[in-house]
Design a protein around this ligand. Structure first.
Ligand code: ADP
Ligand code: TMP
Ligand code: MG
Ligand code: ZN
Length: 186
């Protein structure tokens, strides 16, 4: 039996370089890696790419966030893959936790990125469980829009209903704990 793979999680608020890190891993992995992204993220022109806020991109396989088992099916079609890289994992249905476990048991190293908290400071999707099961967690920060200090939170620039609203600087900014209350419009 193959040795269990390792799970690495990049997390933090928006603009914290999560996708930038994944693009770096994807380039390093080359043909040994495969990149996934939920199709509902159609920002910056969309398409079969993960895209960072500063315009970097890397080819990715799109999947339905409600059906993360599609990731397993896609990987089963391929040979020689040792690394699965998944962006925007906070959008995935809760069975993503089981899917990650299956990938790890298969011996794949899995690197994911996701928001730990939504703009109301609640855990986003299954991120708490994913962080708990990780071998390595990289907590990233952005620059606070209020004071320029370390931002650990994302605030909403417009009144918001529901948790999911795909967007970028039009909808969201980054804030530290002290500035969050003054910046949030939700
Ligand atoms: P994430 O996936 O975490 O949202 P990206 O890797 O897509 O982040 O983009 C990070 C980039 O966004 C930064 O390197 C920077 O160029 C840009 N950026 C825009 N707004 C901010 C901000 N408030 N703080 C830090 N970086 C920002
Ligand atoms: P990013 O972390 O790569 O910047 O992308 C985060 C995505 O999550 C972006 O499309 C906006 C979305 N989002 C929500 O749907 N709800 C939220 O509460 C927050 C903070 C972000
Ligand atoms: Mg991103
Ligand atoms: Zn601040």
């Amino acid at each position: 039996m193959k040795e269990r793979g390792k799970l690495t999680v990049y997390t933090g608020p928006m603009y914290a370089d999560k996708t930038t890190h994944l693009i770096g891993h994807a380039k390093e992995a080359g043909d040994n890696g495969i990149v996934f992204k939920p199709s509902l993220d159609d920002r910056f022109g969309g398409g079969d790419y993960i895209r960072s806020h500063n315009g970097e991109a890397h080819q990715a396989v799109l999947f339905d966030a409600k059906k993360p088992a599609e990731i397993l099916k896609e990987i089963a079609k391929l040979e020689g893959i040792s690394q699965a890289i998944i962006d925007e994992i906070q959008f995935c249905a809760s069975d993503v936790v089981t899917i990650l476990e299956k990938l790890l048991v298969q011996g794949l190293n899995v690197i994911v990125a996701g928001l730990d908290l939504d703009s109301e400071k609640n855990w986003f999707g299954s991120m708490q469980e994913i962080i708990e099961m990780a071998d390595k967690v990289v907590n990233l920060t952005a620059d606070c829009d209020g004071c320029g200090g370390d931002a650990t939170l994302t605030y909403s620039k417009v009144p918001k209903e529901g948790v999911v609203a795909v967007g970028a600087g039009d909808l969201y900014g980054a804030a530290c704990e002290s500035c969050y209350g003054g910046l949030s419009k939700s």
